[in-house]
Every structure is written in C-alpha cells, then in structure tokens.
Design a protein around this ligand. Structure first.
Ligand SMILES: *Cc1c(COP(=O)(O)O)cnc(C)c1O
Length: 403
C-alpha cells in the first residue's frame, strides 16, 4: 500500500493491491486532462449547453431581511437533474471516455448520484451499472425507475444494512475485477486518492463562478460561505476558490438528525473518530470496536457515516468550521425558503439555510444588528426539493420519516 495520505493525517489509498495501479493511471490521466485545453473546452461546453451553467448567484432579499444579514444563494438547484452532482459526473464521464473505457459503474444511496451517472452515461453512450442497497431501492423507487429509463442497470446490494455504505463496498469490489474496461464514477469527495481531488476539481466551478459573481454584485468577497456536508462534494466545490482567501470564513453543515446526543445523526465531524472506510482515512461514525455505525438524517443525501478527507484536514487545521443542524431545524428553514423566496430546496440544502439563521443571530449579538445586516453570506443551494416532496409531506403529517 502507498503510505502517502495527501491530506495531513487523512486520505490515502486503502484498497486491494490490484487497484493501486488503476488509481495511479487514473491520477495520471486526470492530471493530463485538466491541463489539456481540448478536454477543458469539452467539459465547459457540456456544463454550459447541457447542465445549464453558469448558475445564478441570487440575492435572497426577503430571506436576508428575515435573518438579518445579506444572503446570496448559489443556485445549483437549477442544474440539469436538479443538483450539483451532475458537474462532477460530466467531468468523470469525459475522463472515462478519454481513458478509453466503455463502461461505468457507480454507487448510490438515495439515487441522486445514480441518476446523474445514468444521465451522463446516456449522453456519452456508455454502459452503466449502478449499485444500490436493497433497502434504498425500496425507499427510493422513483429514482430506480429514472435510472432504468435512462438505460442503466441497477444492481440490488444485499449485505450489511443494505444501504449506501454496502453499495459502495460492492462497487469497489466489482471495480477491482473489471477496472480494465470500466470506470468507477464516485459521487462525492470521498474514496481513495485521487478521487477526492478529482471531485473537488470538477465541483470547484461552483466557487469560481460565485467569486466572480459576488465581486460583480458587491465589489468585495463574502464574509462567510456555507454549504451542507454529506460526503462533502458541494461544500468542497463551494469552498475551493475561497480557501486561499483568509478573510472568508468557511462553514460546513452536517446533519444532526434527531440531535447529536440521541446518537441518531450523521455528524462524522462532531461525533466521529478517524478511521478507514471506502479506501480513505477520515472522520467516521464508529463504535468502540471500530464498527461503522449507521447514520441518520431526514435527508438521504447527508445520511453517510463518513466525510471526505480534505474536510477532515480543513477541520484539524482550523481553516474551515463544521457544525450540525437537526432534522427539525432543517425542515423549518425549508418552509421559510419556500414561503419567502418561492424556492423549494432539497432537504440537504435546507441544512445550510438553517445554519444561516443561527449564524446571523450570533453575529447580531456580537457586532450589533446594524453591522450584521451588512455582512455577506453565500449559501450553496446544492439541489432542488422536488425529490423530497413526499418526505416533506410525511414529516408534516407526523408520519415520521421516509428514511
Ligand atoms: C448528494 C447531495 C448532497 C450531499 O452530498 P455532498 O457530496 O456532501 O455534496 C447535498 N445536496 C444534494 C442536493 C445532494 O443531492
């Protein structure tokens, strides 16, 4: 095994020996691709003409008044397929094509990354297989139907808890046998190196656009940038171009589920310990014996027991801060955004919106409401809420959770 970690104490390549060469080839191909103007031209062509970029940086005036600071929303919800995931999928699919691969595989939990990968595979005329836990297939039937409509094969995974963690293990296992002609499209800033780097690069379009847009709108950088954190892809994309700007505070918002103290949450940063999962070393939810624990969040996309290794590094170095928001507070913020701005966000994204209220309140106490109202926050609105309508209705009816 390669002992290099790449992100301080985190990251690495904890995979079977047979995959070490494959990861090396992937890294070389990626580094060549992102220096090749023709690759970049093609990537940006699809981002513009297919995904619909650039996405607006929308000044949410009514939300700003309600919360007491200037809030801009980076509208990733307006992308084709309804979230930020497609940015990364287009990049990885083009990389797969460039490497001469004919097939792609992917893991999926709620099905959002599966749908994005099936979309990209249809576009690029590639055979697509998506691994999904049996339990998740039952809970997310609509996304299973979408993937099949798009021509993907959905493989039901029956092991462990029959959810994302198990589907990811199965995808990695299958890849170790088929890597000759198959590309593994990873859906978040997780997995063995170089995946966290690749996903960050393809998602960093979010912050590159946002920086340009905020300078045009306000003539200065934001005071704070916030994004929800599942595996960490929309957040690392939202942070990327601001990491070098010391004056910009970076905040990642995890899911506190029913409350950190209940044990039913998905906050690897707040309650996890460093360990190894899915080819990487990072903060993970685990019991005393090191067994991975089940995560809980009302939002399926934040329901992951780990977090990407660069986030673990950013936390330890203090460059970014991580906090968590409960199901209840996220659902409250979701309603507020619906009513004040006419935007139905994904429940994942509503976690970041909920944190804006907490942050603005603290700020007003610290520097006074007048000064707080001048401070600028950008929130990554990672996705739209169409997929969550049934879960939202069930929650309001007091029927509990879909997941
Ligand atoms: C998948 C998903 C997330 C969580 O994934 P990250 O990799 O942490 O970004 C957040 N929001 C939406 C809308 C998603 O679909």
């Amino acid at each position: 095994m390669n002992r290099k970690t790449y992100y301080g104490n985190y990251g690495g390549q904890y995979v079977a020996e047979s995959l070490m060469n494959v990861l090396g080839e992937l890294d070389t191909a990626f580094e060549e691709a992102i220096r090749d103007p023709s690759f970049l031209r093609e990537f940006h062509y699809y981002l513009e003409q297919y995904v619909g970029r650039e996405t607006p940086l929308y000044y949410a005036a009514r939300l700003s008044r309600a919360y007491g600071m200037k809030i801009y929303l980076k509208r990733e919800d307006l992308n084709h397929t309804g979230a930020h995931k497609i940015n990364n999928v287009i990049g990885q699919i083009l990389l797969a094509k460039r490497m001469g691969k004919k097939k792609v595989i992917a893991e999926t939990g709620a099905g959002q990354h599966g749908v994005a990968t099936a979309t990209g595979a249809a576009l690029a005329d590639m055979e697509c297989t998506v691994y999904m836990g049996e339990e998740d297939m039952r809970r997310q039937e609509l996304n299973v139907l979408r993937m099949r409509m798009l021509g993907a094969r959905v493989v039901s995974v029956r092991s462990g808890s029959n959810t994302l963690k198990d589907a990811t293990n199965e995808a990695i296992r299958s890849w170790s046998e088929t890597a000759g002609d198959t590309f593994y499209v990873i859906g978040s800033a997780v997995g063995p190196y170089p995946y966290p780097k690749i996903v960050k690069e393809f998602q960093s379009v979010i912050s590159r656009e946002a920086k340009k847009q905020i300078l045009a709108a306000e003539g200065r950088l934001p005071d704070v940038v916030a994004a929800c954190v599942g595996g960490g892809s929309n957040s690392i994309g939202m942070f990327a171009d601001f990491i070098g700007e010391a004056g910009v505070k970076l905040i990642g918002v995890e899911a506190a589920g029913r409350g950190i103290e209940t044990g039913e949450h998905a906050s690897a940063m707040a309650a996890g310990r460093p360990g190894v999962l899915h080819g990487m070393r990072s903060y993970l939810l685990q019991d005393e014996a090191g067994n991975i624990q089940l995560a809980h969040s009302i939002s399926a996309g934040l329901d992951y027991p780990g977090v990407g290794p660069e986030h673990a590094f950013l936390k330890d170095t203090g460059r970014a801060e991580y906090t968590a928001v409960t199901d209840a507070d996220a659902m409250e913020a979701l309603s507020v955004l619906c009513r004040l701005e006419g935007i139905i966000p994904a429940i994942e994204s509503a976690h970041a919106v909920a944190y804006a209220r907490v942050y603005a309140k603290e700020l007003a106490e610290r520097i006074g409401p007048g000064k707080a109202a001048e401070q600028i926050m950008i929130i990554c609105l990672s996705g739209r809420g169409d997929k969550d309508v049934a879960a939202i209705a069930d929650y309001r009816d007091g029927k509990g959770y879909l997941n």
